[in-house]
Write a protein that binds this ligand. Structure first.
Ligand SMILES: *[C@@H]1O[C@H](CO)[C@@H](O)[C@H](O)[C@H]1NC(C)=O
Ligand SMILES: *[C@@H]1O[C@H](CO)[C@@H](O)[C@H](O)[C@H]1NC(C)=O
Length: 340
């Protein structure tokens, strides 16, 4: 396996044009199917976007028709407005339905908040059931995610996972040897859900979902799925070297120095928590892949992993959050950071 990966990586390095992956967004029913929430999932007239609602009765969600063994997965999401404490909108990869004991997962979780306090986004990675080793990071969003759709995407290859927001890389987790089974390696399906995360989502559960503001509606559009489809329902690995090379040479999988610079700038300005600098939670254990993260970051974080400089809205520092807007990476669209 390891030597196959090395071989694949060297192919990837030399191949300029690999088998083309379909880059266009798919109509909802071409790639996805409703998962739960019956009439709280509403398809648009053209069938290309879908609204997920949460009300007192239920949340809602959808899932990809296929499982994928690596690929690039993207959705544009416009989040519900106004008071959204406790509401969680998630776009993620998982195989928890097939491997309940040792599942893999790659998450974007958008965490609702009180009026005027904006949304935060959390990323996370689990591999082979590593649920006792959460790898969370949280970031402020340098735009108002409720005013129009913004894209959230994951590139997952045999060698790395890269998270993107509006085309800008925000996190790269490289499959270093020490990460072992904690790196997601089995085929996963793609999910989108809205649900009640009252117990933890907003300030650790201090602010619960208030159904006086329901229904909460998140709009999903530009659904892009371009990966290697796993065989049938059994989530077995496929013998698909050509597709793996295509995934690894796909633009989102290739981290150029310019993209790493943009990622560093984003993380410096917007990352409010990272497990990589949290030396309390796991008793000083630092995950092996953290070594590849910009080492100079560490000084900017408390030993419990929170930023010393960027304070979530409403807590303390409006000025610093506002200042961050001016320094947004050039790839970010103009848009106001939600002010207190
Ligand atoms: C994944 O978990 C299973 C069951 O716990 C274990 O047998 C296997 O060795 C693990 N695989 C890796 C790559 O760690
Ligand atoms: C945490 O680390 C300390 C010092 O290395 C050690 O004495 C203690 O047993 C560890 N606790 C746990 C729960 O691992």
């Amino acid at each position: 396996m390891a030597s196959a990966l090395v071989l694949m990586a060297s192919w990837a390095a030399v191949l300029v044009a690999a088998a083309a992956l379909d880059v266009s967004p798919v109509p909802f029913h071409a790639g996805y199917t409703p998962l739960f929430g019956d009439d709280n999932l509403v398809l648009s007239a053209d069938g290309r976007s879908v609204r997920l609602k949460l009300d007192k009765r239920t949340g809602s969600g959808f899932v990809s028709k296929s499982a994928y063994h690596h690929g690039f997965f993207s959705a544009s999401i416009q989040l519900p407005d106004d008071y959204t404490a406790g509401v969680v909108v998630a776009f993620y990869l998982s195989n928890g339905d097939v491997f309940p004991q040792n599942h893999d997962e790659v998450d974007f979780e958008l965490l609702g908040n009180r009026r005027g306090h904006g949304w935060r986004v959390q990323t996370n990675i689990y591999g082979n059931g590593s649920t006792s080793r959460g790898r969370e990071e949280r970031y402020l969003l340098p735009f108002d995610p409720t005013s129009r759709p913004h894209s959230y995407a994951v590139s997952w290859t045999p060698t790395a996972i890269v998270f993107y927001v509006d085309g800008a890389p925000v996190r790269e987790a490289v499959r270093v040897p020490g990460i072992g089974g904690d790196f997601p390696s089995k085929p996963m399906s793609v999910y989108a859900t809205i649900w009640d995360g009252s117990s933890w989502a907003t300030d650790g559960g201090r602010f619960r979902v208030d159904y006086a503001h329901a229904p909460f509606a998140a709009d999903f559009s530009h659904l892009a799925l371009r990966g290697c489809v796993a065989a049938a329902d059994d989530h077995q690995l496929t013998d698909d070297a050509e597709c793996q090379v295509a995934v690894m040479t796909d633009e989102p999988a290739v981290m150029t120095p310019a993209k790493r610079d943009a990622m560093r700038r984003f993380r410096r300005r917007y990352m409010i928590y990272t497990v990589c600098h949290d030396r309390v939670r796991y008793n000083g254990t630092v995950f092996p892949e953290c070594d590849v993260v910009d080492g100079a970051e560490r000084d900017r974080f408390h030993e419990w992993g929170e930023s010393k400089h960027i304070v979530p809205h409403g807590r303390k520092d409006k000025q610093q959050a506002t200042a961050a807007v001016d320094g947004r990476p050039s790839t970010w669209p103009a848009g106001a950071l939600r002010a207190d």
